[in-house]
Design a protein around this ligand. Structure first.
Ligand SMILES: [Fe+2]
Length: 452
């Protein structure tokens, strides 16, 4: 490898001073992973899971890009490695000499401060580097990261660790995108390939929805504390929330079918104006991936086409569809503050990617215990909150300040994680965000109501 591995003892980073002493886009001290072995183990665990996800893919699968907002699997695998090379290797190895200087252009996603980057919409046109070369690139980066950790003294370790942890959370985000993007690739193919086989879900009783009431008050929301979070989750602050009710369960396929059968997609009065435009222009008649065959609804899953299960949470709906469904139901979507307040006493358990089902599950029990069910995992829950900065928020200076802050326009917040999210990646304060017409993520609906 053509790389000078002398570590910068003087720590002459290109990052701004603020970025040197605190994690650039995630604020953390990550006390749990202070030892080198724990850090290396965590690194290997996350990196190897990306490769585990690829076990059933063939080389042809890695290259396709179905739409501008999705990326080929090969690009995700390379980009996550580029992230470590750019923000660790180039910062902490003196006179770092990249083995693939041109990869900086191909696999920089959107960091203007790092340099120019290849067109996002054309990522699927890159036959080179090959899949094998990308895996070799990953392996080389893994060796360098391991070298960096092992040879760092305590002071340097304290400085590189927050960036490394950020890189691992970044990779976990991309693992979810790898799944949603390969689902889109397989959906494009009339053969409807299977990513992973899955046993048929057990039939369970239809969940009974209850309205759970929450008092008005001044609540604390947002992240605070030593553990990792993205910068957009803070500062923790108080917000006044009027009394509200939250549905104890997610909206199911059966409930959503009732909306469809009541002409939900043909009634403009139910839709936001932009949503109605989307319905007409794109011919929406059902959630993404649904297909009617001989009068029965089927849906594309990562296990291929399967019949829609009435008891499962509805998935792959846009904010526009979630909002129209809520209006049809005489309800509304929750705000992100309401969602966070309602989840405050719940354990962070659910159907996450670790289950390797890669699909939503019906609620485990129809009995309500007075707490909202399936708040974490299964589907990201749309909120009616625009993705905007919390009071006092400022993005850090420098390239990694571009991670979150510059996207705070024309997007909506989703909460709770999905069956494609890592459990070790999600938090109660986690703010995911997508444009309101987005449907290819594992996104679903929970209803709310005013109590006024
Ligand atoms: Fe990224």
């Amino acid at each position: 490898m053509h790389v000078n591995r002398r570590i910068m003892n003087s720590f002459a980073l290109a990052l701004p001073p603020q970025s040197r002493s605190s994690p650039p886009s995630g604020r953390t001290q990550e006390i749990d992973a202070t030892s080198k072995s724990a850090l290396e183990q965590r690194y290997r665990h996350v990196r190897s899971f990306s490769e585990k996800l690829c076990q059933t893919l063939e080389p042809e699968d890695y290259v396709i890009q179905t739409m501008p907002e999705a990326s080929p699997t090969k690009w995700h695998l390379a980009h996550t490695s580029w992230f470590f090379e750019t923000f660790l290797m180039k910062q902490f190895f003196q006179d770092y000499d990249s083995m693939h200087p041109q990869f900086g252009f191909l696999f920089n996603s959107y960091y203007n401060a790092v340099g120019p980057f290849y067109s996002r919409t054309h990522r699927g046109l890159l036959s080179r580097p090959t899949v094998k070369e990308v895996f070799d690139y990953r392996a080389d980066i893994d060796v360098l990261v391991s070298d960096l950790i092992e040879s760092a003294d305590e002071e340097l370790l304290a400085k590189l660790e927050p960036i490394l942890i950020l890189g691992l959370h970044h990779e976990q985000q991309h693992q979810e995108l790898m799944l949603t993007d390969i689902k889109s690739v397989f959906w494009q193919n009339p053969l409807r390939p299977v990513f992973r086989t899955r046993d048929e879900a057990e039939t369970l009783p239809m969940p009974l929805m209850e309205w759970l009431r929450f008092r008005e008050g001044l609540y604390w929301v947002g992240h605070d504390g030593p553990e990792f979070s993205y910068d957009n989750e803070g500062p923790r602050h108080r917000t006044f929330v009027p009394g509200f009710a939250l549905a104890s369960t997610l909206v199911t396929n059966a409930e959503y079918l009732a909306f469809m059968e009541d002409e939900g997609y043909r009634r403009p009065e139910l839709w936001l104006s932009l949503g109605w435009n989307a319905v007409k222009e794109r011919g929406w008649e059902s959630p993404l991936y649904w297909e009617k065959r001989d009068g029965r609804w089927f849906a594309m899953t990562l296990a291929g086409m399967t019949e829609v299960v009435p008891e499962e949470p509805v998935c792959h709906v846009s904010l526009f569809e979630a909002d129209a469904y809520a209006r049809w139901n005489g309800a509304r979507l929750p705000t992100e503050a309401e969602w966070e307040i309602a989840s405050s006493s719940l354990p962070l358990n659910g159907n996450f990617v670790e289950s390797e089902l890669f699909h939503v599950t019906p609620i485990a029990s129809s009995a309500s215990d007075g707490r909202p069910a399936q708040m974490f995992g299964d589907v990201w829950e749309w909120t009616r909150s625009s993705y905007s900065p919390y009071p006092g928020y400022t993005a850090v200076e420098g390239a990694l300040g571009e991670y979150n802050g510059k996207f705070m326009c024309n997007q909506y917040v989703l909460r709770g994680g999905s069956c494609a999210t890592s459990q070790s990646h999600i938090r109660r304060t986690y703010r995911n965000f997508f444009p309101p017409d987005t449907r290819w993520q594992f996104s679903g609906i929970r209803l709310a109501k005013d109590l006024i």
